[in-house]
Design a protein around this ligand. Structure first.
Ligand code: PEP
Ligand code: MG
Length: 598
């Protein structure tokens, strides 16, 4: 774990998760969000039970009205995240809490507050079993919503953060989307919380707003009082309480250099990613939601290299209709045209579950009926999505990409269904691009081994290293116990990337990479040297990676690759990276490495 500078005393420093980069120095504002206490009541007579149900329904209705009200006032900077409030509104009628609480009131004859907490405890158990960290952490949304209902039930005030009078750093146990939506954001210099992970709302919001944040500090609300002077180092994940002059001087310096670095990368975000010896790569954005497209463009993304399309399926009770999908894909295509949008077909199954489908539980979901395997079985769902993608292709530069292809047969089968869908659209007279490019993700080791064969049938390749690392090193990507063995710079992974690039280029097709590796600055020079044509990543990383590419030359990157491919272990690769690559780009790496962690 990285430590604060040695002159900062242990007692005044807290370490958590660096959730949003930057340094904030200012007064703390403690948000008291302690859980409301209430008593257990047993309702003896049946009329009392029905009265309690009505009281519960009333509190839910008031929560709905409050959330609607907050939604209307969402600040512009957060508009793209207002969907989270919609999720909360949906949760108000969710079976897991709404119906479960009413059932408990009736069956156990208990008061509404007690029934609600019990329903949430049961939901928490169900969520704890979900593998995907992002989805698992969504239990937080349920807790936020139920706290609001409970406050309504007991008649306690909903604390509003809309009245901050000076610029402060918010210190809280945790923050709900409704909290952040109500805040005067121009008065917020930073966020720190006891709870939270990299994927918690505080982290997502802070990043979107570019406000420094540290989460998961465990006891900052106990250690800090309103009015304390604090430093938030969102790059390293440190918080310093009541710093001395030496610490202040150090952190003001760090703040200045980070801000000038940020200003520089924003200023140059639109420049092409061209090396000093004239080799150009396409740098694109990965998105999951339509709302993220603006961030990709703002950060200098040259298109969408990976549109993960699962959102429409995982958060809804019903499967999306062709029209819903078509409108979403068309809007994205139109906004980006003539820039490309690579739409990946549904990658459901594995750790991405959906409430609209009753998927069977599997022993090894990552090796189960996921992605293209699922689509080739549930062909109606697949065809609906393909129709929507094809129809959107009439409005701009759309490409299709199939996930988890493990053999040629799957690719041919998927292409056959695509062709049938094209014939259908022809018959119906609906326009689409008949020359639409069809690519395949390379994320299963068998696909690497036959990449020369697949290259004959694909218009492009995109390496999904998140899964490729998982499957080739046999490391579950969501299992924290083996997370230390999840090594993008493992010699096996590097050799596989080289094999795929060579196979793709030999067949005259482009090869991209859209796993997390693409946004890792230490990997960028290696990927350039490997010959990748395109890198696709989270929008925030785009300016940094483009800048790094502009500082490098293709010939030096090729030399790095030659040296790295001679390494026999990840330790040797890492040593080379540290000694040669990090030194070569040292002026950027302090911040780049920190940015990599968020
Ligand atoms: C990957 O596997 O690298 C990838 C980009 O896809 P996902 O993370 O959605 O599985
Ligand atoms: Mg994948």
């Amino acid at each position: 774990m990285n430590l604060p500078p040695p002159f900062v005393s242990k007692e005044s420093a807290l370490t958590g998760i660096a959730a949003s980069p930057g340094v904030a120095i200012g007064k703390a504002y403690l948000v008291d969000r302690s859980k409301i206490e209430f008593i257990y009541q047993n309702l003896i007579s049946p009329p009392l039970v029905e009265e309690e149900v009505a009281r519960f329904k009333g509190a839910v209705e008031r929560a709905r009205a409050q959330l609607e009200q907050i939604k209307v006032g969402v600040p512009e900077e957060l508009a793209a995240h207002a969907y989270i409030l919609d999720t909360h509104l949906l949760l108000l009628q969710d079976k897991l809490i709404y119906e479960a609480a009413i059932d408990l009131i009736r069956k156990e004859r208990i008061n509404a507050e007690w029934a609600l907490r019990k329903a949430v405890d049961q939901a928490r158990e169900k969520f704890a079993r979900i593998k995907d960290e992002y989805i698992r952490s969504r239990i937080k949304d349920i807790e936020d919503v139920t706290e609001r209902i409970i406050r309504n039930l007991v008649g306690s005030e909903q604390e509003s953060l809309g009245s901050l009078t000076e610029r402060v750093i918010i210190v809280a146990r945790d923050l709900s989307p409704a909290d952040t939506s109500q805040m005067r954001l121009d008065r917020v210099m930073g966020f720190i919380t006891d709870m939270g992970s990299r994927t918690s709302h505080t982290a997502i919001m802070a990043k979107a707003l570019e406000i420094p944040a540290v989460v998961g500090l465990e006891d900052c609300t106990r250690r800090i009082r309103t009015g304390d002077l604090i430093i938030v180092d969102g790059l390293a994940g440190h918080v310093i309480i009541n710093p001395d002059d030496k610490a202040l001087e150090f952190y003001y310096g760090r703040q200045r250099s980070f801000e000038s670095y940020q200003a520089e990368i924003v200023r140059t975000a639109y420049l092409p990613a061209e090396t000093i010896d004239g080799h150009r790569l396409a740098v694109m954005g990965n998105v999951e939601l339509f709302e993220e497209v603006a961030a990709v463009i703002d950060h200098g993304g040259e298109g969408i290299g990976l549109y993960r399309t699962e959102f429409h399926y995982v958060s809804k009770r019903h499967l999306p209709t062709e029209e819903e999908l078509f409108e979403d894909y068309r809007d994205m295509t139109q906004i980006l045209a003539p820039r490309p949008v690579i739409i990946r077909t549904l990658d459901i199954g594995g750790d991405k579950f959906t409430s609209a489908l009753d998927l069977a539980e599997e022993m090894n979901p990552a090796l189960g009926l996921r992605a293209i395997r699922f689509c080739l079985k549930e062909t109606e769902i697949f065809r609906t999505q393909l129709r929507a993608i094809l129809r959107a292709s009439a409005f701009g530069n759309v490409k299709i990409m199939f996930p988890m292809i493990s053999g040629l047969q799957e690719l041919l089968e998927a292409k056959k269904i695509l062709k049938l869908v094209c014939r259908e659209l022809d018959r119906e007279g609906l326009p689409y691009n008949p020359n639409i490019e069809v690519g395949t993700m390379i994320e299963v080791p068998s696909a690497v081994a036959i990449s020369d064969i697949l290259a004959q049938e694909a218009d492009f390749f995109s390496l999904g290293t998140n899964d490729l690392i998982q499957y080739s090193l046999a490391i579950d990507r969501v299992n924290e116990r083996v997370a230390h063995m999840y090594e993008p710079l493992h010699p096996a992974v590097l050799r596989m990337i080289r094999t795929v690039v060579q196979a793709g280029h030999a067949a005259g097709i482009k090869v991209g990479l859209c796993g997390e590796m693409a946004s890792d600055p230490v990997c960028a020079p290696i990927l350039v040297g490997m010959g990748l044509d395109e890198l696709s990543m989270t929008s925030l990383a785009i300016p940094r990676i483009k800048r790094l590419i502009r500082m490098a030359s293709l010939s030096e990157c090729r030399d790095y690759v030659q040296a790295i491919l001679r390494c026999r272990t990840t330790v040797e690769v890492n040593e080379f990276v540290r000694e040669v690559i990090v030194r070569r780009f040292s002026e950027d790496f302090d911040f780049l490495a920190a940015a990599r962690a968020v």
